[in-house]
Design a protein around this ligand. Structure first.
Ligand code: AMP
Length: 398
């Protein structure tokens, strides 16, 4: 596992990239092209601690990829002069077809396309990224790293929804789970930090960013996770509601809400955005601190949902070695970490050290007391690095 890997994360109107030196475990340059398909696109290319802003027009992902190549040529390092080991693509949905990172050929591309009905917002954009990168680098191994793959170890009783056979068989309705790269990395790091062999460590991972999910990891295997068929289920998120009563579509359609409106509202206008008008957790915290009642309720809804999942996953695992917080909110919000774990010492043996919790704002930290039976950890996620490592391993035929 060595070399340089270009990690590509293509969204519907954006293309994020990161050139990772796998040996050093570090980024050489990274950036993002935004507003693809709009009249004016913009890009940022960061190298050696300097951000370069680039304006342009990118009608599609092909043009965005050309802009990326130009940014590397102009600001360095020039990709033409580098011997890339692989291009690693983040792909959101691998369905039940992919349980590991996979080298991309025409057949793999066709399978990802077949999975579009399961992830209509994400897989088409991921495919665009794959197509333009394959066209530009035909001789470099291209590897798909799936958000769902880590959760393919879920037992049937955890992934089966209690719905009819037609839905389950013909429409592939089941729990898939997402953020797999992050959950895999953070659970492994938690075991390492505790000095436990991965097959012996039971970890509850809480990935709390704009998207949020919880996973119960038993001995390195995902055994339950809060996101489901899509990334909508589970925790309260930036713009998504998490768990809801399944009667909601019927109830709202009787009131005249169209399926398109329903889909948009649940993906883009719910969660924190729906509760307080912003999906920025920092703003939520500021408003809570200044006594805003509406914000106080929103914070309590978020924290309460999180506690429910922690309790549920403690029961699923039977024994918990660590609770690990990661992603934007998980890494930076002592307030939410404290609220989610408050009062769990007697029942679960989870005791947060308030000073250690307040102090943990960047890097890896243990924030539980010495007496706490369960370690509470803050572990920055490293999705790009993990994708690069996995892509390099696949390219090397490991
Ligand atoms: P992510 O999707 O992992 O980038 O996380 C984005 C979320 O993290 C947003 O809701 C941010 O407001 C939140 N966030 C980032 N930094 C902080 C911070 N210092 N305190 C609280 N929330 C933060």
């Amino acid at each position: 596992m060595s070399g340089l890997v270009l990690v590509v994360n293509a969204g519907s109107s954006s293309l994020k990239y990161d050139l990772i030196d796998v040996d050093a475990g570090a980024s050489r340059a990274s950036g993002v092209v935004e507003r693809i398909g709009e009249p004016s696109s913009r890009a940022k290319h960061s190298v050696d601690g300097v951000d370069h802003r680039i304006e342009g027009t990118c009608a599609d992902h092909g043009a965005a990829f050309e802009l990326l190549i130009d940014a590397f040529r102009e600001h360095g390092p020039d990709l033409a002069g580098l011997d890339l080991t692989a291009v690693g693509h983040r792909v959101v949905h691998g369905g039940a077809d992919f349980s590991a990172p996979t080298r991309i050929d025409d057949q793999v591309e066709a399978t990802i396309e077949r999975l579009v009905p399961l992830a209509p917002l994400h897989n088409p954009a991921n495919l665009e990224g794959i197509r333009v990168a394959r066209a530009h680098f035909p001789d470099v191994p291209q590897v798909a790293v799936f958000d769902t793959a880590f959760h393919q170890t879920l037992p049937p009783h955890a992934y089966t929804y209690a719905v009819n056979r037609t839905w389950r068989d013909e429409h592939r309705v089941r729990r898939y789970g997402f953020h797999g790269t992050s959950h895999a990395y953070v659970s492994r790091r938690a075991a390492e930090l505790l000095g436990l062999p991965v097959p012996e460590a039971n970890v509850i991972v809480l990935h709390l960013g704009n998207g949020a999910s919880a996973t119960a990891v038993a001995g390195g295997r995902s055994v339950d996770t809060s996101m489901g068929l899509s990334p909508l289920e589970g925790l309260v998120m930036g713009t998504r509601p998490g768990d809801l009563d399944p009667s909601l579509p019927a109830h709202l359609s009787r009131a005249g809400v169209s399926l398109e409106d329903y889909d948009r509202a649940l993906n883009k206008e719910s969660g924190l955005k729906g509760l307080i008008g912003t999906n920025d957790f920092r703003e939520l915290e500021e408003r809570v601190t200044s006594g805003d009642v509406e914000a106080g309720l929103a914070f309590d809804v978020v924290a309460h949902r999180l506690r429910k999942y922690i309790g549920a996953y403690a029961a699923v695992l039977g024994r918990v070695d660590a609770v690990a917080f990661t992603a934007g909110i998980g890494e930076h919000s002592p307030m939410l970490r404290a609220a989610a774990l408050d009062g769990l010492a007697d029942l679960f043996g989870i005791e947060v050290d308030p000073a250690a919790n307040e102090a943990a704002m960047s890097g890896e930290h243990r924030i539980s007391t010495a007496a706490s039976r369960v370690a509470v950890l803050v572990i920055p996620t490293a999705e790009e690095l993990e994708i690069a490592r996995e892509a390099a391993a696949v390219a090397a035929g490991a």
